[in-house]
Write a protein of this length. Structure first.
Length: 375
């Protein structure tokens, strides 16, 4: 019966409860029946699958038996023809089984070359220099001028002249650009105030990248001046020291094989003289063929009396001087003119010319005075 409007709420809930429980019961029964049917269907499908597998195993033949039957059915193939062996040349040699250390120990040791004994330079009495013939053999000695036989040398003068020569050989090629020489930078990068940045006047300032260099090298001149007397005295002292050590040799000439001498000819010629070491060869006039033959020798330098440097005399082990060039070296160490034949002839010609000019002038003066008296 429907609940009356005046009945309380819990009375209505009690009346509706039995209806909800019946619906749930019916739904649960339906679900149970469906689940039972599904279980039966799955069980029947499993049984059918098992039966199929058993039938397949029973009907499947053995693999080995199948292979034998297939081989028996196929016809036998003919064997391939045998390949013909071809002899090939042996291109590789088997390496020895012994290790490298053992092989090196078993190999015969080579005898080391003995260094050729150094031949001492020829000697000469005090105040003299050894004289070398054109073929490289010693042919006595020659007396040297007094300027090259000093007993005491002035070390301070020699040191000052050496430094001056080295300084004058330097080239003033290193240079940089200051802010005035760098291109660009004529405009102010930004205004003076209001940007929050530091004030700048040019992008070529030293603190800028690609800016000018401050106090950089700019063509510095290393040239030094030394008095002429000091320079000549230093050269004479250096030559005197070399003469006292017996390292100055006077050469009469150089005789080499053929018109075009070879480097080996120069080496053989120096070997006849002795152990010269670092050698400076002073020529009055350098021969082109000899210069070409000696160009490949790192320990041999060819010089003229004018191109001979003070450092060449100091740093070299041996100084070879051609006999005609000796007078020119004496002139470098003193104020006297060279005493070779050409210089003497030139001096005689100058004296004769001066004497002739003087006689002509005297005759002209005498004739003019006579004309004045007669008038």
């Amino acid at each position: 019966m429907p609940a009356k409007k005046n009945e309380p709420a819990n009375t209505k809930a009690k009346a509706a409860a039995p209806k909800a429980s019946k619906a749930d019961t019916l739904k649960a029964e339906a679900n149970a029946k469906a689940a039972a049917k599904a279980t039966e269907a799955r069980a029947s499908s499993r049984d059918a699958a098992k039966a199929t597998k058993v039938d397949a195993k029973a009907t499947k033949p053995d693999a080995k038996a199948a292979a034998k039957s297939a081989a028996a059915k196929t016809p036998a193939r003919a064997a391939p023809p045998a390949r013909r062996a071809v002899a090939r040349p042996v291109t590789r040699v088997a390496r020895p089984a012994a290790p490298r250390a053992t092989r090196q120990a078993e190999e015969p040791k080579r005898e080391k070359r003995e260094a050729a004994p150094s031949k001492p330079l020829p000697t000469a009495p005090q105040g003299h220099a050894p004289l070398i013939a054109a073929d490289g053999s010693s042919s006595g000695s020659i007396e040297l001028p007094a300027v090259f036989t000093k007993v005491r040398q002035n070390a301070a003068t020699l040191f000052q002249a050496f430094l001056t020569e080295r300084a004058n050989a330097r080239q003033a090629t290193s240079a940089t650009k200051n802010r005035a020489r760098v291109a660009g930078g004529g405009r102010k990068p930004w205004r003076q105030k209001g940007t929050g940045r530091a004030r700048q006047g040019s992008i070529r300032s030293p603190q800028w990248r690609h800016g000018g260099v401050v106090f950089g090298p700019n063509g510095r001149q290393y040239w030094q001046r030394i008095p002429e007397k000091m320079r000549k005295a230093a050269f004479a002292d250096a030559m005197s020291a070399r003469v006292a050590e017996g390292r100055v040799l006077v050469v009469e000439g150089l005789k080499l094989n053929g018109d075009r001498p070879k480097t080996r000819d120069v080496v053989a010629w120096l070997g006849k003289i002795g152990d010269t070491g670092t050698t400076v060869f002073v020529w009055n006039e350098i021969d082109e063929g000899a210069a070409r033959a000696a160009a490949n020798l790192p320990d041999l330098e060819l010089r003229t009396p004018g191109s001979l440097r003070l450092s060449d005399v100091i740093d070299s082990d041996t100084l070879l001087v051609m006999r005609p060039a000796l007078d020119a070296l004496v002139a470098r160490a003193t104020n006297a003119p060279p005493k070779h034949a050409g210089a003497r002839e030139d001096a005689a010609k100058r004296e004769a010319a001066m004497a002739g000019e003087g006689a002509t002038a005297r005759e002209a003066a005498t004739s003019s005075s006579r004309e004045t008296v007669n008038a």
